[in-house]
Ligand binder design. Sequence first.
Ligand code: UD1
Length: 420
Amino acid sequence: MEYITIKGGKKLVGSVDISGAKNAAVAIVPAAIAAQGVCIIENLPAIKDVNVLVGALRNLGIDCQFIDTHTLKIDSQNIKSCAITYDQVKDMRASYYLLGALLGRFKHAQVPLPGGCNFGLRPIDLHMKGFEALGAKINIEHGMVTATAEKLTGTNIYLDISSVGATINIMIAAVYAEGVTHIENAAKEPHVVDTANFLNKLGAKIKGAGTDIIRITGVERLHGGEYSIIPDQIEAGTYMIAAAITNGDVQVNHIIPKHMDSLSAKLTEMGCKVIENGDTIRVIGTENLQACNVKTMFYPGFPTDLHPQMSALLSVANGTSLMTEAVFEHRFQYVKELLRLGANIKVEGRVAIIEGKNTLSGAQVTSTDLRAGAALIVAGLAAHGTTSIGNVKYLDRGYERFEEKLTAIGADISRVHIDE
Ligand code: UD1
């Protein structure tokens, strides 16, 4: 068993390089199946979700070779199967992109219903509706989704919810649909745009990614190509919050500051100094953090994936803050763990009412999902005494060298292995 232990109370000072975006990587790696040539993907984050996907691709007979830690060569010309087994992808959510990629190119895909972070039902009905609208037949049985089509035909697809997953998945499949597909009420997250840019680099004709309506004109063939993944908005945000909670002074490097606007605005409102310069943001903390209200929204709103970390920060601000979750109703599992660290939080429906306290106190806690785990790390950095965080497997899914990067900016953090 593994734990992360943190001796809290140290100011974080220095600079940290941000890795490639997890949520773009987990879409772009499967999307490379659509290419009928070799893809070289750069700036891949070295995280477990990527490794799991690479393993799944290799099991399909796709040649995947790491050129270095962050660069992957994918050649799907000798693919042998379109069926993924449960054991290969059971711990991750984004395995659903294999459906869109295999269905689009080979008109057949068999992929288990997704696993991953457990904060509510997280259905994929909109993905299925989109595939059906393109002409696919979907069968869900024994936990497996089978999608087949004689051919896919472009059409108008209106998404009831601006789902990131559904937008990207339908976009990947529609690249090979005959005619034009419009995805209306599309998600606008940076990784939607990044996946579209990647596919366009291979010869796809996608316009409007990053707006409400994405227009995809089907093509007969995608060639190979090189592509570099955007920086991780959520990893960057986690370090910015970590700087603020420790009253530190941290510069996050290699980011797209625009992606951070919703967080930068809130940190500024709380009294931190947030200084943008080129592809960096420097966050200088304050001893006098002020409470503020936050509501998660689709991009460019405040990201739900920074909600738990932000709640940790609001737990030590002066006054009462409201954190409203508008994307995932059941995202509050982290609250009971923050309570163990002495936070004062009540949840009513979709709102957490957070009474700020001067200090948190270290305790043994367990991460319940990826971003909940990140929130506990952030809280542990500020808490007096030692915080010990269990279930670190979640963190390994999405943060590259988390302890190493934090240690380099002054955290007292380590991973402990205990034989069971
Ligand atoms: C993606 C991200 C996740 C992030 C989330 C919201 C990846 C791999 N994961 O997750 O980190 O927290 O976006 O930014 O990119 N919904 C349906 N039916 C569907 C699909 C979604 O009802 O078919 C609902 C969901 O339950 C949720 C909302 O739509 O309430 C948004 O979900 P979605 O954007 O699809 O999130 P994910 O793709 O699962």
